[in-house]
Design a protein around this ligand. Sequence first.
Ligand code: NAP
Length: 341
Amino acid sequence: MKAIGLRHYLSIDDPQSLEDVDLAAPTRPEGQDLLIQVRALSVNPVDTKLRSPRPGEENPPRVLGFDAAGVVLAVGPDVTAFEVGDEVYYAGDVTRSGCNAEQQLVDERLVGRKPSTLDFAEAAALPLTTLTAWELLFQRMPYQLDGRRNVGKVLLVVGGAGGVGSMAIQLGRHAGFTVVATASRPQSQQWCQQMGAAHVVDHRQPLAPQLQALGITQVDAALNLADTDLYWQQLGELLAPQGHVGLVVEPRGELRIGDPYKAKCIGIHWEFMFARARFRTADMIEQHRILTRAASLIDAGELRTTLTQRLGSITAANLRQAHQQLEAGSTIGKLALEGWE
Ligand SMILES: NC(=O)c1ccc[n+]([C@@H]2O[C@H](COP(=O)([O-])OP(=O)(O)OC[C@H]3O[C@@H](n4cnc5c(N)ncnc54)[C@H](OP(=O)(O)O)[C@@H]3O)[C@@H](O)[C@H]2O)c1
């Protein structure tokens, strides 16, 4: 089968950093695995971080890619939720071979039925970031999606225009929050508003005076989706007593978790989207449930795809371009590749 392989960990401007390769197709699915024909895929910072330059050689080539939409080709003997021919979307498992290949094995508990109103590329843009924002807000932090119980509460989303931020804004708004997003450029600011942010402030400037100018003196919840260390002090000062902060990025240094966090009893919550798959937790099926629920919200018009750019068919050259754009750190929404040449 066709695949895009990583043999050496090289800078993305090197044509050998990601190569078109021919690999043996996966064997027949076992247990709860689905064999999926990948129709479209998206790219995330996890791909660029895993690919970043370092010594080492992969033989056979390593296949990255953890956001896809496709069609079920075969099911393992213990599969209960899917049949051959079903259209699906999923992020998958970072400890297994990824979706940058024509075919991939994925545990059904990590897979959702693709939203019927989206094409494959629009659907492939969603799973990893939707799972991240959803798990963080509604499973790690104590908020509920339904019932609009968060009306009157302010949610600050740092890094609002990125892949995760674009879903976090939509989900926060859907849950009733007044969402304040951060973005530093006119295009990314406008995108945050399109995603449902009530206000947008610039993360390159101190946040508190900008919020004060909007009449906001404190926030009930904050998601730091960009740089954990950089905003730690500011968020501690901005958060209301008994507020909550959500984190997704490994800190560069040591975080001081004492005051103002301790004095205000601020809840600190980590999200790692691959934790359930990596540790095969008993509730792995939650990812199937989240993706299924998200698909129905999309089909009902309550949420929308965050796809902003179609970068052509699934080739190493197009994937290198996607990595390059992502590494620049200014992506708005999501990038997708679709179809095999
Ligand atoms: N733990 C997990 O499970 C998990 C899951 C997904 C992602 N992540 C991590 O979360 C981070 C964001 O992922 P993503 O997919 O949203 O990335 P992304 O799409 O590449 O994010 C791009 C956005 O980041 C914003 N940005 C750049 N520098 C910033 C800064 N200093 N402060 C605030 N915003 C900044 C940019 O906005 P402007 O252009 O407006 O500046 C841009 O729109 C990555 O580090 C990723 O690895 C973790």
